[in-house]
Design a protein around this ligand. Structure first.
Ligand SMILES: Cc1cc2nc3c(=O)[nH]c(=O)nc-3n(C[C@H](O)[C@H](O)[C@H](O)COP(=O)(O)OP(=O)(O)OC[C@H]3O[C@@H](n4cnc5c(N)ncnc54)[C@H](O)[C@@H]3O)c2cc1C
Length: 409
């Protein structure tokens, strides 16, 4: 059994939330010793010739964080796809339909509504940055198994038999967080039984840098614009249909997407291989226990229909890193409960707003009776004519840069 030297912060999980947190902490405090433990076997590299199927709609607030870390220009120079417009369609098969919701970045004086960026590109740039930062080390193939609170420090044991002592443990280990379960932190679940299929397609007509969302009978379908006239799709549906579609032929799937999108971009000509993910929506009842905090999907998860999951996770780590920075300069022990409580107060209240909005949107569009279809259509009709309400929605999607938490750097 190996016993490593004392570390200041151990982060479990090298997803985007864990990597961004490590980078922010390392940048804020050169003397802080940070260790990331990741269960995957190695780091991730981006490929110029193959489009990653996992992409994110990166909001302006997350873009500001990447820019602060000095990796946004690297990302832009490789491949990003801005979207300047968004169109939302209510159940294309419904006869009761009063049109669409249209959003345009120019209406709020912004160059775009966000950028679609590949998962592998963001992670590759973050790994590269952490290598250069010096005070962060990453151990791959390390799965956390036991957490013991020893009052002045916390001890973490992994399945490979290693032990680490740290002043603070951060669970950034995703929806099925071991840190959350080993710390007995309960979650409040919003029930829906949905899976998402993701792949990249080529369409007959250009996407014109527009993101489309179709609210279908079984769940939403998003078309997100990529470079070279490709489109990333996220189709959320029941488990049975997701498995059926995952196994279906390319020809059948393309025909189905052509129909689902009402031929808006003409025929869907081809699609890459598909991936599917189970979806869940929850918020942890608390974000901290003794010397342990949760960030990103370990703390909360939302339906991907609004493309906010990782943006919320990045906001968590911005809040946490700024509170830790302040505490370190005041000479405080960063594992103290009052510090972790401050993080929970700031981030949980911020996330509750997003979780409520996204769940409400999902619930409204899921209603399938004729009466609710009529209410939905009338609501969309009215909303589309209210520039005030639309501006609020667009600022929320952008992450509202004027929000106080972004003065935290
Ligand atoms: C289909 C789909 C589409 C989405 N689209 C968007 C979008 O457009 N925009 C957006 O903002 N969000 C989107 N999301 C949400 C987004 O994917 C998540 O919010 C985000 O990936 C969470 O990042 P994270 O770093 O918190 O966790 P994860 O990405 O899950 O990373 C967790 C890391 O921890 C590691 N790990 C897990 N368990 C252990 C353990 N026991 N020990 C050590 N390491 C461990 C994992 O290997 C992983 O590397 C989407 C989600 C889905 C399912």
């Amino acid at each position: 059994m190996k016993h490593s030297n004392r570390i200041d912060v151990v982060i479990i999980g090298a997803g985007i939330a864990g990597l961004v947190l490590a980078a922010l902490l390392a940048k804020h405090s050169e003397n802080l010793r940070i260790k990331i433990l990741e269960s995957n076997k190695s780091s991730i590299t981006w490929s110029k010739s193959i489009f990653d199927k996992r992409v994110y709609a990166i909001s302006r607030s997350s873009q500001v964080v990447f820019d602060y870390l000095g990796i946004w220009q690297d990302i832009i120079s490789r491949r990003i796809s801005p979207y300047r417009k968004m169109q939302i369609f209510n159940d294309s098969e419904s006869r009761i339909n009063f049109g669409t919701l249209n959003f345009e970045s120019s209406e709020i004086g912004e160059p775009d509504l966000g950028n679609i960026v590949e998962d592998s590109l963001i992670k590759e740039r973050l790994f590269n940055l952490l290598e250069r930062l010096g005070n962060v080390s990453i151990d791959f193939n390390q799965k956390i198994e036991l957490i013991e609170n020893k009052d002045k420090y916390i001890e973490i044991s992994t399945s490979s038999g290693d032990k680490f002592r740290s002043g603070l443990l951060v669970g950034a280990d995703g929806v099925n967080s071991s840190v959350r379960s080993l710390s007995s932190i309960a979650i409040k679940r919003h029930l829906f039984d949905q899976y998402s299929i993701v792949t990249n397609i080529i369409t007959e007509k250009p996407h014109n840098e527009t993101a489309y969302q179709f609210f279908l009978e079984n769940g939403p379908l998003a078309f997100l614009p990529l470079k070279d006239n490709r489109v990333s799709i996220v189709l959320s549906t029941s488990k049975e249909q997701a498995i059926h579609l995952y196994e279906s032929s390319e020809k059948y799937f393309c025909k189905l997407l052509t129909g689902f999108s009402n031929k808006l971009l003409g025929n869907v000509l081809s699609c890459d291989s598909k991936k599917y993910f189970p979806l869940c929506s929850f918020n942890a009842k608390r974000y901290f226990v003794n010397r342990t905090v949760l960030v990103g999907d370990a703390a909360h998860s939302v339906h991907p229909l609004a493309g906010q999951g990782i943006n919320m996770g990045i906001t968590d780590v911005v809040i946490l890193s700024s509170i830790l920075k302040k505490s370190l300069s005041a000479g405080l022990d960063i594992g103290e409960l009052r510090i972790l409580r401050e993080y929970q107060r700031e981030s949980r209240s911020n996330n509750i707003k997003y979780i409520f909005a996204i769940n409400s949107l999902y619930d409204i569009f899921k209603q399938s009776s004729n009466r609710s279809k009529l209410i939905k259509s009338l609501g969309m009709f009215t909303l589309n004519r209210s520039s005030y309400a639309k501006n609020i929605l667009m600022s929320m999607a952008l992450g509202n840069r004027r929000d106080a938490k972004f003065n935290f750097f």
